[in-house]
Design a protein. Structure first.
Length: 213
């Protein structure tokens, strides 16, 4: 059996995207739904990098496997960078993705500057604490209204000019080639041989990671 990497998420959309982008790697990609309940990590970092590392490191320590976490969000200059690190909680607790999209469009009403950028930081941590970090960014504009049924989060309102569609109108593989998360994962893929060596070096003797060739 290939060694396990745990995605520090229960978000099915995010898991599906990352599994697709990691297809072909010699690892068994799991997420938190494959394990019993563990405490939630409070995402109180001031940056995407802080939150990504906090989630990955905690998950790795609790479960004993290397853990991959991303923290990502939508940054809108006209809103002073909001929602930013608060993207998943924008507008308050209990809101759906569609609710948050509406809340964002309401905040943008009457504004001419509709630039927006998705940002992503990936953190791959081992139980002993060290981690690797990868970053990705994708620039676009906010649509006037949601469009498309694919993806998740703010995808229906994020219009990507080079392809002339919102992220929610793109097929998963199309989005994976250009998205913030896809670009960060492309960096990870590009040096995956080095990632394997690094992970083997930091895992305990006898761990299945030591068998990866």
């Amino acid at each position: 059996m290939p060694p396990i990497i745990v995605l520090a998420t229960r978000n099915p959309g995010k898991t599906a995207e990352i599994r697709s982008l990691l297809a072909g790697f010699p690892v068994d990609v799991r997420d938190l739904t494959d394990f019993g309940p563990i405490p939630e990590v409070e995402e109180d970092g001031a940056t995407f990098e802080e939150n990504a590392y906090k989630k990955a490191s905690f998950t790795a320590r609790v479960l004993g496997f290397p853990a991959l976490s991303d923290d990502s969000g939508l940054c809108v200059p006209a809103l002073d960078g909001a929602p930013g690190v608060h993207s998943a909680r924008y507008g308050g607790p209990g809101l759906s993705d569609a609710d948050r999209c509406r809340r964002l469009l309401d905040a943008m009403r009457g504004r001419d500057d509709r630039r927006a950028a998705f940002e992503c930081v990936l953190s791959l941590a081992v139980p002993s604490g060290p981690a690797l970090t990868y970053e990705g960014r994708c620039e676009g504009v906010l649509a006037e209204a949601p469009s498309g049924a694919n993806g998740f989060g703010y995808d229906p309102v994020f219009f990507y000019p080079p392809l002339g569609r919102t992220f929610a109108e793109l097929a998963r593989d199309e989005k994976g080639r250009v998205s913030h998360r896809g670009r960060a994962l492309a960096e990870l893929r590009a040096e995956f041989d080095k990632v394997i060596v690094w992970t083997r070096r930091h895992m305990p003797p006898g761990d299945p990671w030591g068998q990866v060739e």
